[in-house]
Design a protein around this ligand. Structure first.
Ligand code: ITT
Length: 197
C-alpha cells in the first residue's frame, strides 16, 4: 500500500478528506507527523494554490501529497472572498470573524441575490514535486442572513446548499459528504489512486 500525505493545516478539511478517502487503497499520513511550516499561498486561482501546496509539501516531506485549496465565491461581491476566503477579515482571522465580515458586506443584499458557490481544487504530487492529478469541484447555494448550526467549519454556518433550506452546519454530515465541492473534486480522482497503490 502506498502512503499519501494529506497536506492541510485546516482540521475541518482533514476530517472531511479522511472520510472521503477512507475506502481508497492508500495509507493517509497527517501533516502533524512533519515539522515543515506553512506554505505561502501566492497563486491567483484555487488551482494554482492547490498545485503550489501539493508540490511544496511533497518536496519538503518526500511523500506523495494531496493538497486542497478551496473557498467561497459570492456572486453579489464579484466572486469575493474567493482565494482569500481564509483571510477575508484579515491575516489570522477566525472562521467567525470571516463569517461576520461576509454577512456585513451582504447586509443590503436581498434574498434572491445571495447566490454563492464553494469551489475546491485538489492537486496530487509525487514525492519529487511533479503534479499527477488535478481536479475541481463546485457546490452551489445561497448565503443565509445569520449563522445557523454547529456542524462543519469555516463558512458552513451561512451556506445553504441548493435544494435545501438549512445551512451545511445544520445539516447532517452525511449530506455534506455527498454533495460538497470537496466530495465532487475527490470523486473524480479517487479511481486514479489505484495507479499509486
Ligand atoms: P490549508 O491551506 O492548510 O489547507 P486553509 O484553511 O488556509 O488551510 P484555504 O487556503 O484553502 O485553506 O482556505 C479555505 C477557506 O475557505 C477556509 O478557511 C474556510 O473558511 C473556507 N472553506 C473551504 N472549504 C470549506 C467548507 O467545506 N466549508 C466551509 N468553509 C470552507
Amino acid at each position: 500500500m502506498h502512503q499519501l500525505l494529506v497536506a492541510t493545516t485546516n482540521e475541518g478539511k482533514v476530517k472531511e478528506i479522511q472520510k472521503l478517502l477512507s475506502k481508497t487503497p492508500v495509507e493517509l499520513l497527517s501533516l502533524n507527523l512533519f515539522d515543515v511550516g506553512e506554505v505561502n499561498e501566492t497563486g491567483a486561482t484555487f488551482a494554482e494554490n492547490s498545485e503550489l501546496k501539493a508540490r511544496s509539501y511533497a518536496q519538503k516531506t518526500g511523500h506523495w501529497t494531496l493538497a486542497d485549496d478551496s473557498g467561497l465565491e459570492v456572486r453579489a461581491l464579484g466572486g469575493a472572498p474567493g482565494v482569500i476566503s481564509a483571510r477575508y477579515a484579515g491575516v489570522g482571522a477566525s472562521d467567525s470573524e470571516n463569517v461576520a465580515k461576509l454577512l456585513s458586506e451582504l447586509a443590503e443584499v436581498s434574498d434572491t441575490h445571495r447566490l454563492a458557490r464553494f469551489v475546491c481544487s485538489i492537486s496530487v504530487s509525487d514525492k519529487f514535486g511533479n503534479i499527477h492529478f488535478k481536479s475541481e469541484g463546485i457546490c452551489s447555494g445561497t448565503i443565509s442572513f445569520s449563522p445557523r448550526g454547529d456542524n462543519g467549519f469555516g463558512y458552513d454556518p451561512i451556506f445553504i446548499p441548493e435544494g435545501f433550506e438549512k445551512t451545511f452546519a445544520e445539516l447532517d454530515d452525511s449530506i455534506k459528504q455527498r454533495l460538497s465541492h470537496r466530495a465532487m473534486a475527490l470523486k473524480k480522482i479517487i479511481p486514479l489512486f489505484v495507479c499509486i497503490s
